[in-house]
Design a protein. Structure first.
Length: 108
């Protein structure tokens, strides 16, 4: 089986700059940032409700654990690829998602 090689990332790329394409954001970068924003915001209602009510009775600890594991793996992947939308979106979503199981364990 042939070994897969990953593309080498140029060392002179400014990963924090949105203006990587001649002063304009490339549409795929915009897509990545929007996906990060929407998937992160999607976690807010559940986290806020859990914090306010301290009730996690209807939440599945297994589902939350799988979601947190997936977000962590996406974060690792984003870091390995130096992909800022993946890093930011998944880091924030992981923090929000990880707080809910903590409340579930503490408050049942």
């Amino acid at each position: 089986m042939a070994r897969r090689e990953f593309a080498q990332v140029p060392r002179d790329v400014d990963w924090l700059s949105l203006a990587n394409h001649r002063g304009r954001m490339h549409w795929i970068d915009l897509c990545g940032y929007l996906a990060a924003i929407f998937t992160t915001i999607a976690n807010l209602p559940q986290a806020i409700r859990t914090w306010r009510t301290r009730s996690t009775r209807d939440l599945s600890l297994g589902t939350l654990a799988l979601l947190a594991t997936g977000l962590f793996l996406w974060l690792v992947y984003g870091i390995a690829r130096a992909d800022l939308p993946l890093i930011i979106g998944n880091a924030v979503a992981l923090v929000l998602t990880a707080t809910v199981p903590v409340y579930k364990v503490r408050h049942g």
